[in-house]
Design a protein around this ligand. Structure first.
Ligand code: NAD
Length: 246
């Protein structure tokens, strides 16, 4: 039911972490996949693109659509982090993170829309975060950016449902990607920090990039034909469970 045979997909931020796992899984399920990234690495169909630069996005989406012969699936996954309270990030940092995390989705979607409209199985999946709704400490800017991604997902779903384009998002918890690896490496004792992070998860371990990719692949697939305007949590229970301290 999650077969993606014959579908043509673009994954932004597809060179690392969740995006890389998604590009690989979509390809395994039969899709042809183009990766758009600042550095697409050795992806078979890789296009250099900066989602904060409209001209770069338009050129890369056009090139990817040309190579694939169209676009059925757009995974808006590229994103960057930011730590701190509102007292800690200046205007330039706010503009930068919103530019990548929110406007990046707007630009890529705008460029891909004509191709998605021509598809019989059009789906957009945005990588949001539990930060959108969780009230996480020390993540004011990042949370605001992902809150916007959630609202944008719902608004886009409403705007394009009659065109046959579904729009959903995934809300990952803490995922074991190079991004989280970089944060752990910056700690005084990375191994202890990782153990503490695992212990904070209801499941006792971080979410894997492959688990998030599986949720994205489902939402992108024709099996999810009646699912639009939803956020699927892949967070080891972080958002939904209220566990008593051990
Ligand atoms: P990552 O750093 O491993 O990969 C991100 C990729 O995006 C990189 O390949 C990077 O080059 C690319 N990228 C960054 N800025 C870009 C730009 N301006 N234009 C094009 N490409 C760009 O990160 P990840 O952990 O895989 O995160 C991917 C997405 O998942 C992000 O949107 C992030 O907010 C979200 N997310 C991650 C976690 C987590 O715990 N790792 C949790 C929730 C949500």
């Amino acid at each position: 039911m999650t077969d993606l045979q014959g579908l043509r997909a673009i994954v932004t931020g597809g060179a690392s972490g969740i995006g890389l796992a998604t590009a690989r899984l979509l390809a395994e399920r039969g899709a042809r996949v183009a990766v758009l990234d600042l550095d697409p690495g050795d992806a078979p169909l890789g296009f250099t693109a900066d989602v904060s630069d409209d001209a770069s996005v338009r050129a890369a989406v056009a090139a990817a659509a040309g190579a694939l012969g169209g676009i059925d699936v757009l995974v808006n996954n590229a994103g960057i982090g930011a730590a701190g309270t509102v007292a800690d990030n200046d205007d330039a940092q706010w503009h930068r993170v919103l530019d990548v995390n929110v406007l990046g989705i707007v630009r890529t979607t705008r460029a891909a829309l004509p191709h998605l409209r021509a598809s019989a199985h059009a789906a957009i999946v945005n990588t949001c975060s539990i930060a959108a709704t969780a009230g996480l400490p020390q993540r004011a800017l990042y949370s605001a950016s992902k809150g916007a991604v959630l609202s944008l997902t719902l608004a886009m779903a409403a705007d394009h449902v009659r065109e046959g384009i579904r729009v959903n998002c995934v809300n990952p918890g803490t995922v074991d990607t190079p991004w989280v690896g970089r944060l752990l490496d910056a700690a005084d004792d990375p191994a202890a920090e990782r153990a503490a992070l695992n212990a904070r998860q209801p499941t006792g371990r971080l979410v894997s990039a492959q688990e998030v990719a599986a949720a994205i692949a489902y939402l992108a697939s024709p099996a999810a034909a009646s699912t639009t305007g939803t956020a699927l949590a892949v967070d080891g229970g972080m958002q939904g469970l209220r566990l008593r301290p051990a």
